[in-house]
Write a protein of this length. Structure first.
Length: 132
């Protein structure tokens, strides 16, 4: 099976695709139809059965939308790092107070948390930051 790269983007009400290697393209009413339509166009162009042709579709979105999406991902990553720093600081405070012979109930009372939460923080390990 031969696979062709296909690029597609929205133009008005249609999804317009190109198959650069074949110098042709087509259109579909919705994005879900693009793979099938592009496969059919490529097969027709090559005069072969559609099941002998594969397509690798790359969707191009509006630049401003993609830029905003990327900015949101950066914001989320920054927020995850800030949460990880805050959690480590909380663990450090609990461990510091426990190291000064504060009881778990006393630490909880000082920090406004339950003694169960004190135990959780005391025993928890830092988590690795997950990236998307």
């Amino acid at each position: 099976m031969r696979t062709y790269d296909v690029t597609v983007e929205r133009e008005g009400r249609w999804w317009v695709f190109e198959i650069p290697e074949l110098g042709t393209g087509g259109q579909a009413r919705n994005l879900a139809e693009v793979d099938h339509e592009a496969q059919g166009v490529a097969a027709m162009w090559l005069d072969v059965s559609p099941d002998t042709v594969g397509v690798n579709v790359t969707v191009r979105g509006p630049e401003h939308a993609l830029d905003e999406w990327a900015a949101a991902e950066r914001d989320e990553e920054e927020a995850r790092r800030a949460q990880a720093r805050a959690a480590e600081r909380r663990r450090a405070v609990v461990r510091e107070l426990r190291g000064q012979d504060y009881s778990a109930p006393d630490v909880g009372r000082v920090l406004g948390i339950t003694k169960q939460r004190v135990y959780q923080l005391e025993k928890s390990e830092p988590r690795e930051t997950v990236t998307a």
